[in-house]
Design a protein around this ligand. Structure first.
Ligand code: AMP
Length: 466
């Protein structure tokens, strides 16, 4: 067997290939044999289009089983799967086409699979080594140009194996899949566990409340971003009974509020399992499946991951381990700048590790506010604000200020008043940490993975102190 990730994943497919891989909302299913066969045919069409080993297959398509076939077919022939967020506009896509220089650009996976239907499936999988690139994942690029993180066959296989073990996936599992598949969460983390265990998926095109509630009835595991869980909690039909048979609810891609964790436990009796990862390293830490899951902590480094904090008790999180990416596509200087001399990747996240080994994230390094020469960690202020009466969620940013350099500013969802929050914050925080302004809003801007877009907030409120 070569290190080709497709071969690794297919070795986990169930012996009975008639078993459902995808269970669709209309009650139909698609078996593993259909997946394998479709993958082989799509591989044949890719080859017919001239796609060779190492070529980029650029994809911007709706979520469908055929899109999964396209992913697996790309791996199978040793090409490089390069998915794009479906929200990207034509002019944004133009950048990726120029940067990735793909052999093909596919915008409709269903039509592509239909075209492949008459071809004889490719049976053999192209041999690949551990360090060969399997996928290029473009980072969301909130600062500067989006970078393509090169993930290798070996890195993805290592992470998939570690997660399948950590979360104890078996062939009896049914994963509720409502995530997009242009991002590592839905594409690698969720699906690789399913394939390695030969499990099934309730396959939803997106998070639709009614479909998720119906799908949960036959699921055992759900993976989601924090907004999935807040949406479930807003729905009165989501009860203790709905969740009673679920084995585990896993959450990540953005911080889970301790209040959501608590409310979820009060409603269902279950503690959400939070984990931490990123495009450049897939999953890095996880709360334990068996053991205490602590609200606000992202848990322990996965086996094989070395994690350290640079520069003090709270500082930059640096990691080294089998799942870390190979570098940024065609950006050797950028890559070199983000690794230390001894080979640790500088994640850009700031956090700490407690005596027990648990990791706590306090935000992104670039979100650090320097006000009047003092460092202010937004997360510390957010945690204080989130505890105040009427506050649902807060985002703290630094805005340009002629005296302080940056002024601490809060944007808050909730039924509360600016003056009251500032007065209450004064009682708990050193003066330099107290927000100089608080804006009360209905909603915070978020990306597809539920992350609050602080860059958007910084632009919106840029002139506040000018
Ligand atoms: P992406 O590469 O789009 O997956 O974004 C990765 C970033 O998301 C990480 O560097 C973290 O800043 C953030 N992130 C992911 N999971 C968590 C989590 N459980 N808690 C806090 N931040 C997280």
């Amino acid at each position: 067997m070569s290190a080709n990730l497709y071969e690794v994943l297919a070795a986990g497919f169930p012996a009975d290939r008639g078993k459902a891989c995808f269970r669709l909302p209309d009650g139909s299913a698609l078996s593993y044999s259909a997946l394998e066969d479709g993958t082989g045919r799509v591989a044949a069409l890719l080859k017919a289009r001239g796609v060779a080993i190492g070529d980029r297959v650029l994809v911007q398509t709706a979520k469908s089983p055929e899109a999964v076939m396209l992913y697996l077919a790309t791996l199978k022939i040793g090409a490089v799967f390069t998915p794009l967020n479906t929200a990207y506009t034509e002019s944004e896509v133009a950048y990726f086409r120029e940067d990735a220089e793909p052999r093909v650009f596919i915008t409709d996976a269903v039509a592509f699979a239909r075209e492949a239907a008459a071809l004889a499936p490719v049976r053999e999988t192209t041999a690949r080594g551990e360090s060969d690139v399997a996928s290029l994942i473009y980072t969301s690029g909130t600062t500067g140009r989006s970078k393509g993180a090169m993930l290798t066959h070996g890195a993805l296989a290592a992470n998939a194996r570690a997660l399948t073990t950590a979360w104890a996936f078996t062939g009896d599992d049914v994963l509720l899949h409502a995530l997009p598949i242009f991002h590592v969460h839905g594409l690698f983390i969720a699906m690789h566990c399913v394939f390695l265990a030969g499990a099934s998926m309730v396959w939803l095109a997106k998070f639709d409340d009614a479909q998720v509630l119906a799908g949960l009835k036959s699921a055992t595991v759900m993976m989601g971003v924090p907004t999935f869980y807040t949406r479930l909690l807003e729905n009165a039909a989501f009860t203790r009974d709905t969740a009673a048979h679920m084995r585990v609810f896993i959450c990540g891609s953005a911080p889970l509020l301790p209040s959501t964790f608590a409310e979820f436990e009060a409603r269902t009796g279950k503690r959400i399992l939070e984990r931490y990862g990123m495009s450049e390293a897939v999953i890095i830490t996880t709360n334990p499946l068996n053991g205490d899951r602590v609200a606000g902590s992202v848990g322990y480094p996965l086996p094989g991951v070395e994690l350290r904090i640079a520069g003090g008790e709270t500082g930059g999180i640096e990691i080294r381990g089998p799942s870390v990416f190979k570098g940024y596509w065609r950006m050797p200087e950028k890559t070199a700048a983000e690794f230390t001399a001894d080979g640790f990747f500088i994640t850009g996240d700031v956090g700490r590790q407690d005596a027990d080994g648990r990791v706590w994230i306090s935000g992104r390094a670039k979100d650090l506010i320097i006000s009047g020469g003092y460092n202010v960690y937004p997360k510390e202020i957010e945690l204080v604000l989130d505890e105040m009466p009427g506050v649902i969620e807060s985002a703290v940013i630094g805005l340009p200020h002629k005296d302080f350099g940056e002024a601490v500013t809060a944007v808050v969802i909730g039924a509360c008043a600016e003056d009251d929050l500032i007065a209450a914050a004064r009682k708990q925080l050193a003066a330099f940490k107290v927000p100089k302004r608080v804006f009360i809003v209905q909603d915070l801007p978020r990306n597809a993975m539920g992350k609050v877009q602080k860059n958007v907030l910084r632009t919106t409120y840029a002139d506040t102190f000018s």
